[in-house]
Design a binder for this molecule. Structure first.
Ligand code: HPA
Ligand code: ZN
Length: 326
């Protein structure tokens, strides 16, 4: 079989995907029309042409603007269902999806509208596609600790439906330490914890995420490799890294996919996984990330099996569920 058929046929979990980042230009246009929202673009082609980013902030500015078309519960459901259909077509069987409530509550969309719509989509995906999923609520790190605490408060009636909390948005200048107390409160509520660290930020932010915050996974983690003691610590702890190769390329974290550290991460014994991050913006879903990375840094079929296994081992599925899928 071809590598593509092999990789598609491998059951895989996706652990790093922002649901707002799966908003394809076609759906963005349709929702803008449905909701009477004016977009600063005249066509789908014009939107795609705007997706040329020099760094994370370039992307975030466009990503938050795009999310402005999401207004109703049905919008969030449609968004989620569209993602799960793509994931299922790629041989994905489980996803732990990020959502950014503050992006919506700050413009007057209720927390309940967001979470209920996403849960509608997740239920349909499980029933119709056999894809299971969990929700991870992300705090926007460019906003205040106080705003994160308010968001955690809004999540309290929904804790049974939320697996964990994360930290995303503009990394540099907003270290994990800024949110140490919010994460402590989340931990006491029984939530898992993840944080974006070492995408653009320095190794020090990864140290903070593991030692100060006590994360269960690191999202990205690329720059951890600059610090040998940190790398050894992540190997010793078996910390899962949710790596996003096409995102790294599009946000200029790497100059070229052949320079991507994935090969090195596996050789070092790091528990790396492959993920799409914001697939509508970065030009590829889960399978594209596996295949393009495999081509660029010479991953074997055995490597792809390891990556897929890491995705289940690093997931927040319970042990019985993991055992069933491994
Ligand atoms: N990094 C930080 N914040 C984000 C990202 C990302 O790649 N995608 C969506 N929010
Ligand atoms: Zn991300």
């Amino acid at each position: 079989t071809t590598l593509e058929a092999f990789a598609r046929g491998l059951p895989k979990a996706e652990l790093h995907m922002h649901i707002e980042g799966s908003l394809e230009p076609e759906l963005m246009f349709a929702l803008a029309e449905r909701n009477g929202v004016t977009l600063p673009y005249k066509s789908v082609e014009e939107i795609r042409a705007a997706y040329a980013f020099s760094n994370l902030q370039d992307f975030l500015d466009i990503y938050y603007q795009g999310a402005g078309v999401l207004i109703t519960r049905a919008d969030f459901k449609d968004l989620a269902v569209a993602y799960f259909e793509r994931l299922a077509a790629d041989g994905g069987v489980h996803a732990e999806i990020f959502f950014d409530p503050q992006t919506h509550t700050e413009r007057g969309v209720a927390f309940e509208t967001v979470i209920d719509g996403l849960l509608d989509g997740m239920a349909e995906a499980e029933e119709r596609l056999g894809v299971t999923s969990k929700l991870i609520l992300c705090f926007l790190r460019h906003l205040s600790e106080e705003s994160a605490f308010e968001t955690l408060e809004q999540a309290k009636p929904h804790l049974a439906k939320i697996a964990g909390v994360g930290l995303d948005s503009s990394e540099v200048g907003h270290p994990p330490a800024k949110f140490a107390r919010v994460f402590k409160a989340a931990r006491e509520l029984g939530l898992k914890i993840v944080a974006h660290a070492g995408e653009e930020g320095p190794p020090e932010y990864v140290w903070e995420a593991i030692d100060l915050v006590g994360v269960d996974r690191i999202d990205h983690g690329n720059r951890a490799l600059e610090d040998e003691a940190l790398t050894q610590r992540l190997v010793a702890d078996g910390t899962t890294l949710t790596v996003c190769p096409l995102s790294n390329l599009k946000l200029c974290v790497v100059p070229d996919l052949t320079a991507h550290p994935m090969r090195k991460m596996l050789d070092l014994g790091l528990k790396a996984t492959v993920n799409s991050d914001d697939p509508a913006y970065f030009g590829g879903y889960l399978l594209d990330n596996y295949l393009e990375t495999a081509k660029a840094v010479d991953l074997s079929r055995d490597d792809l099996v390891v990556l897929a296994r890491n995705s289940f081992e690093g997931s927040f599925l319970d042990e019985a569920e993991k055992a069933r899928r491994l």
